[in-house]
Design a protein around this ligand. Structure first.
Ligand SMILES: *Cc1c(COP(=O)(O)O)cnc(C)c1O
Length: 421
């Protein structure tokens, strides 16, 4: 691979997604002092169309339409869910609902799944999964008298299929897994994982938070049971954006949400005496949906759908390949280790490096206009977003990383992460 800056410029010149950059706030700044934002997998950039979409809801529908606007808003969670399904999740209509946070959706589907597998008393997750996933699994297990089996997934290379197979038997009700691991970016082997879990008779609940908008998901094609995910990362839906959930159509009848809210109720406005779940995906609704936030999700997810997940994933792989190659050349000789899978087909759209002073390096990078993410215990995570990050942005960020390691200026930063109280 040609590792020159000119080669990175050539990749940008040939990039079919290059035009999307100018549709995000701040993304097409130029010049040597521009911000190199490599944390789109934590909080995506703001699409320039978002303020107008949000203000339409606020200033027209709310300010003028008042309560009458509910006629438009009432079906928004399923309408937007169908759009997400068609545009980015590979899910046919009636299987995706936009609602709540990822954490709440995970809770709802986990309890619903466990209840639908009576007689099975084990929940499976991985030791290194995102904290909220592990906490929800532990909480649900505790409340139901179930046992948790935590698979010892490798922090850098992800889940070993043999370890998964060893954790599965006729006691397992639900397996919770991230499609792309939040720390390393390791991409699960979807076909094999699905086969193993289904062979055991358990349900599989995917967390797509670090995958959606970065890698192809194709929920219907892979025979997914249940999935949840986040809309403020690669979907650019904004801070606290409502999340989504997916329940395969033929499972919907069998599953019931543990939160019997009126937005999951059949014939909601009959205001009847007892809860009876709605038919279809709407039964996983809870309360009044966040209408303003959904307007922002619609814009962000719409851009991802317009770009096409195939192009996005191809560019994501090329950018992370460049990071890995530059890392081999510049960072590894300076005491940094690659903490992500080496082959692009085994990764999502981020790459992580390990260094004993990762926290100091992260602070120094931020001061040099490079925004990565620090991840415990000693990781610097670089997440280029294929919609708006350029190859030269990646190259320049790596160049600043290299310079820091050479002049050791990061050593001047606090070694301990200040406790946020
Ligand atoms: C970001 C992320 C979440 C976020 O959950 P919230 O309820 O939105 O805070 C959950 N799971 C994974 C795997 C994530 O990456």
């Amino acid at each position: 691979m040609d590792l020159s800056r000119a080669a990175a410029e050539a990749l940008d010149a040939a990039d079919p997604l290059a035009g999307f950059r100018s549709r995000f706030a701040g993304a097409d700044e130029d010049g040597p002092d521009r911000l190199l934002y490599l944390d789109g997998n934590s909080l995506g950039r703001m699409p320039l169309a978002t303020p107008a979409a949000v203000s339409r809801v606020v200033e027209q529908e709310w300010a003028r339409g008042l309560v009458g606007s509910w006629s438009q808003w009432i079906g928004a969670a399923t309408r937007l869910g169908d759009d997400l399904g068609a545009g980015v999740l590979g899910a046919g209509p009636g299987q995706v609902l936009v609602s709540d946070s990822t954490t709440v959706n995970l809770y709802k589907l986990l309890v619903a799944g466990a209840t639908a597998r009576p007689g099975r008393d084990v929940l499976v997750c991985t030791k290194d999964d995102f904290p909220t996933d592990r906490y929800v699994v532990a909480g649900v297990a505790g409340a139901r008298g179930m046992t948790v089996r935590e698979i010892d997934a490798h922090v850098d290379t992800g889940l070993d299929l043999a370890d998964l197979a060893a954790a599965l038997d006729e006691r397992v009700a639900v397996v919770v897994l991230s499609l792309v691991a939040y720390r390393s970016g390791a991409l699960a082997d979807v076909a094999e994982v699905t086969r193993l879990v289904h062979e055991s008779g358990a349900l599989l609940l995917w967390d797509l938070s670090h995958a959606v908008g970065a890698v192809p998901v194709d929920l219907d094609a892979i025979g997914a049971d249940l999935a949840v995910g986040c809309a403020y990362k690669y979907l650019n839906g904004g801070p606290g954006a409502p999340a989504f959930l997916y329940v395969r159509r033929d499972l919907q009848e069998e599953l019931r949400s543990p939160i019997q809210g009126w937005f999951g109720q059949r014939d909601q406005f009959a205001m009847g005496p007892a809860y009876e779940p709605a038919d279809g995906i709407e039964r996983f609704g809870v309360g009044t949906p966040p209408v303003i936030g959904m307007a922002a999700v619609e814009v962000g997810a719409g851009l991802v759908a317009e770009a096409g997940i195939g192009e996005l994933s191809t560019k994501g792989r090329a950018m992370t390949d460049l990071i890995v190659a530059l890392g081999d050349e510049w960072l590894l000789p300076a005491g940094v280790a690659l903490a992500s899978p080496r082959e692009a087909v085994r990764r999502g759209s981020h790459v992580t490096f390990a260094h004993p002073q990762a926290w100091q390096l992260t602070q120094a990078l931020v001061d040099r206009q490079v925004v990565p993410d620090f991840r415990t215990p000693d990781r610097v995570r670089l997440g280029p977003a294929p919609l708006y990050t350029r190859f030269v942005d990646v190259w320049d960020a790596m160049d600043r990383f290299r310079a820091l390691l050479a002049d050791r200026s990061y050593e001047a930063y606090p070694a301990e992460r200040a406790r946020v109280t």
